[in-house]
Every structure is written in structure tokens, then in C-alpha cells.
Design a protein around this ligand. Structure first.
Ligand code: UDP
Ligand code: UDP
Length: 475
């Protein structure tokens, strides 16, 4: 697992603040937490504890937690033993949403755990999925400041923040139409998570409960930067979305603090070694996140599209939501002869790859992506143009950010919701891949965004200043 960071020296001062982090489940939630924690730990002068619920849902999360604690021995682990979730009504729920529910239903156990931490905790930082449970515990029971580290974009944050006002105005308990967010504009009904149209889904209930509590928070750290989402950040900060909204600290793009990239790359047979043999900007990187499984027929069409594009490619294939469940063989998934036909110009893997290192590699010229926010911030940070193929959750709202940022193409009718006629054919995939690979304007804009990202996190940049402002609240 790629988290080789400078070991913490344990040189925190006596009066240093003590931050207790309560992350949620799923790599998309855990990775930004560990990047933020690693950045804090590397700079010293802060005590850090991480509430850890084991066993994790996925193998990737287990390895990531292990790597974090190994790289930073001074970080304390607070074990969180979850109560059994014995509820037949939740059968068939997404395993990660189910874990969020377990964390939420066990949250009352957190008070004594945090109260017992030494030195005394100074503040709690949690995930939005746990907000409505953790905020009252931190603020009322423990009298501690409570912050959210928000793992999606500021545009999504504005939607979450405004959603309760929308529901009250529409006298609704679910998403029933387009949403006009003050300061942001009209969000079409099919951009936010589709599941919000179902009032009975567990996700919808959690989402609304968390959204209603979010205004009580002391501050929200967002993995974005001012130049990437200027309008959304301004609307949130100016109180246009919700009057009196808490401070929003744009501290992204969050990156790994890896100092030993070679160790993280996994040796000569790794995708990074393969990329090293490819010409500059010649490879299409194809990946759909840590928990987006595609149907077999769509996977085969993606394969046909990559083959027909004539481009080199590195493709991470996922056939199950949870990595531990994946027992399939690549050659069966991809169909007879595919791997032989693309040998030399295409590398396909089911393994976890160090995506940050991939996107940083000069051989990569395009990222065909599901538009998870971490992936988008990584692509933006390293100036890789994107072909957006959002599939679920917040991904269509995120694709809107890519489109308005000008560093990628979004083919809006592509989906893989399994509905009639939703299969995207290989020929169309090939055509769009070639189109973006040859688009100079998108490529130039991606480079500009990358420069802006570098400026934002450099000393004196907007994200650097936001981080200092946040740290100042702790003293
Ligand atoms: N990731 C990775 N290797 C993989 C798959 C995913 O490093 O093989 C990382 C990726 O770089 C990103 C995170 O996992 O940082 C996935 O988060 P994102 O928000 O992009 O999407 P999600 O998986 O939550 O849908
Ligand atoms: N989300 C939220 N409140 C919740 C649950 C989710 O605001 O109670 C947000 C979450 O941060 C993400 C989006 O809703 O931005 C979609 O959630 P999903 O499960 O699709 O995200 P993932 O786990 O793939 O990051």
C-alpha cells in the first residue's frame, strides 16, 4: 500500500493540540483523511489520535490503516469496537453504507473513548457521513470543537448544505426535482446522488440527518482549492448558500507525503515500471475507483473501445464492490484473446495500483475516470486531462466541476446504471478517447490547473493559508 512517509519523530510540544480523527469507511473517505493526517504529523507539534474500527470493510482499507500507523508511530490508535448491526430491514444495503450505519449506531460509545484520550483532546475531526451523530457528542457531551474533513468537492458541499432548505421549501422528504442553490445556480435533478430520490433508502436518511446538523460544525476542511472551484467556495463563504454557514477551509489538493516512492511502486513488474517504458503522454489510464464494479458486458465494451482507439492503456478492472469478494480471473472477465491481442500496448490489472504515482507519471496522457473526487483532485494536481464517465453518487456533480474547469470532456449520456440501452459501445468509447487525447485546449487547461494546484499548496498559497487559519483555531 502506497503510504511511505517520513516517520513522525514524536517531538510534539507539551502544550501541542491533540486532534482526534474519526474517519468513515471506503478508500475514498479514508485516503483524504490519511493524507491530511500525514501532512499534520509530518509538520510536528500536534498530537494525533485516529479512531479505528476493525476489521475494515475492504482489504485496501486494512492495508492503508496498517501503513499509516507504521509510517507514523507517534499517532495513537483508538480502537472502536462496533456494536453488531442486527437489522433485517437493511439486508442488501451497500456494504460501505452499512458500515456508516454501524459507526453511527455505535457513536454513543465514542464519548468515553475520546474523553479517555491523553493528552486531553482539543478538537475532533470527522467525516460527513457521521456528522449528525458525532457533532452532538463532541460539542455537547465533550465540549470540544468539531470539524468535518469533507472528502468531496465544494459544489457537493453546497448541495448538502442547501438540501435541508430545499426539502423544507418543497415540503418533501426526498429529491423531487431540480435544485436552485443560491450563489451556485440550478442543479438538474439527475446530478446529485440518484438514491436521494428514494426517501426510504438508508443513504437518504443518513444524508438528510447529516445535512441538517452540518451548520452546527466549527469548520469544514475541503479537499479542493480556490482556483478549482472559485464560485462554489465564494458562495459558501459569503453565506449565500446558507446564511451563517461555518468557516470553509479549502486545503487541497491533499497529496501523499511519500518520500520513498520507489518502495511504494512495487518493483519491476509494477504498472509504474511498465509506464516507464512508454512514450510521454501516450497512455490512457482507465480506472473507476475503489468500489465501482462494472457489469461484464460493459467491461467488454471498454476493452473493445481501448483496443479500437489504438492508444496505449493502463486499465484497473473491478468486478465487485468489495475487493475481498473478487475471485474472478482477468482472462475470463476480458474475454478470449483480449490480453494477447493488446500485449505490449495495454496493461490490465485487478490489483490496487498507486494511482497518485500513475497520474504523476509523464507517460500518462488521459484519465478515463468514474469521477471520484480524490481521483479528480489527483488528475488536476498532476495536469492529466480527463474523460469523465460518472456512474453514481456525487460523481455527476463532480463531472460538472471538470467540465466547467475545462480540463476534461464529459459525455453526459454515458452511464452504467444497467437501464435499457445504457450500455456504452466500444466504438463510441474509442472515438472519445482519441478526441480528448488530441484536444490541445483541454491539455493546456489541465496544465494550467496543475500549476494553480501547486501554487495553492505552496507557502503563501490559498490552501496553505487556509491550513494555517485552521491550525490557528486549535491554539
Ligand atoms: N485508488 C488507488 N488505487 C486503486 C484504486 C483507487 O490509489 O487501485 C485511490 C485513488 O487514487 C483515490 C481513491 O483511491 O485516491 C479513490 O477515491 P475516489 O474519491 O477517487 O473514488 P471512490 O473510490 O471513493 O469512488
Ligand atoms: N454523503 C453525505 N452525507 C452522507 C453520506 C454521503 O454528504 O450521509 C456524501 C459523500 O461525502 C459523497 C456523496 O455523498 O460526497 C456520495 O456518497 P457515495 O457513497 O457515493 O460516496 P463515496 O463513498 O463513493 O465517496
Amino acid at each position: 500500500m502506497a503510504l511511505a512517509a517520513k516517520p513522525s519523530s514524536g517531538d510534539q510540544g507539551r502544550g501541542a493540540p491533540h486532534l482526534v480523527f474519526i474517519p468513515s469507511a471506503g478508500m475514498g473517505h479514508l485516503l483524504p483523511f490519511s493524507r491530511f493526517i500525514a501532512a499534520l504529523a509530518s509538520q510536528g507539534n500536534v498530537h494525533i489520535s485516529v479512531v479505528t474500527a476493525l476489521p475494515t470493510v475492504s482489504q485496501a482499507e486494512a492495508e492503508h490503516f496498517a501503513a499509516l500507523f507504521a509510517a507514523f508511530p507517534a499517532i495513537r490508535r483508538i480502537d472502536f469496537n462496533l456494536l453488531p448491526l442486527d437489522d433485517a430491514t437493511l439486508a442488501g444495503t451497500d456494504p460501505f453504507v452499512l458500515r456508516w450505519e454501524s459507526l453511527r449506531r455505535s457513536a454513543h460509545l465514542l464519548g468515553p473513548l475520546i474523553a479517555g484520550a491523553t493528552p486531553r483532546a482539543s478538537a475532533v475531526v470527522t467525516d460527513v457521513t457521521l456528522a449528525s451523530q458525532v457533532i452532538p457528542i463532541a460539542k455537547k457531551e465533550l465540549q470540544l470543537p468539531c470539524h468535518i474533513l469533507f472528502i468531496s468537492c465544494a459544489t457537493m458541499l453546497s448541495f448538502i448544505a442547501y438540501f435541508p432548505t430545499y426539502l423544507d421549501g418543497a415540503n418533501a422528504d426526498h429529491l423531487a426535482g431540480d435544485v436552485d442553490i443560491p450563489g451556485i445556480g440550478r442543479i438538474p435533478v439527475d446530478y446529485p446522488p440518484n438514491v436521494l430520490r428514494n426517501p426510504d433508502s438508508l443513504f437518504t436518511k443518513q444524508f438528510i440527518a447529516n445535512g441538517r446538523e452540518i451548520a452546527e460544525i466549527d469548520g469544514i476542511l475541503v479537499n479542493t482549492f480556490d482556483a478549482l472551484e472559485p464560485e462554489a467556495l465564494a458562495a459558501l463563504r459569503d453565506g449565500k448558500v446558507v446564511p451563517g454557514f461555518p468557516p470553509v477551509y479549502a486545503v487541497g489538493p491533499l497529496k501523499s507525503t511519500a518520500t520513498d516512492k520507489e518502495a511504494a511502486h512495487g518493483g519491476a513488474s509494477s504498472p509504474i515500471a511498465w509506464l516507464g517504458e512508454q512514450p510521454a503522454r501516450s497512455v490512457v489510464y482507465v480506472a473507476f475507483g475503489n468500489r465501482n464494479a462494472a457489469a461484464l458486458d460493459q467491461i467488454r465494451e471498454i476493452g473493445a473501445g481501448l483496443e479500437a482507439s489504438g492508444c496505449r492503456f493502463l486499465w484497473v478492472v473491478k468486478t465487485t464492490v468489495v475487493d475481498r469478494d473478487d475471485t474472478s480471473e482477468l482472462k475470463d472477465v476480458l474475454g478470449d484473446g483480449f490480453l494477447e491481442r493488446v500485449q505490449g500496448r495495454g496493461l490490465v490489472t485487478k490489483e490496487w495500483v498507486d494511482q497518485e504515482a500513475v497520474l504523476q507519471h509523464p507517460a500518462v496522457g488521459l484519465y478515463l475516470s468514474h469521477c471520484g473526487w480524490n481521483s479528480v483532485t489527483e488528475s488536476a494536481a498532476y495536469g492529466v486531462p480527463m474523460l469523465a464517465w460518472p456512474t453514481l453518487g456525487d460523481q455527476r456533480l463532480i463531472a460538472k466541476v471538470i467540465k466547467s474547469g475545462g480540463f476534461g470532456l464529459w459525455v453526459e449520456h454515458w452511464s452504467w446504471d444497467g437501464g435499457e440501452g445504457s450500455l456504452v459501445r466500444g466504438a463510441e468509447i474509442a472515438e472519445k478517447v482519441k478526441e480528448v487525447m488530441g484536444d490541445e485546449a483541454i491539455s493546456a487547461r489541465a496544465k494550467e490547473i496543475s500549476l494553480e494546484a501547486t501554487k495553492a499548496v505552496a507557502e503563501g498559497g490559498s490552501s496553505h493559508r487556509s491550513m494555517q487559519e485552521f491550525l490557528a483555531t486549535l491554539s
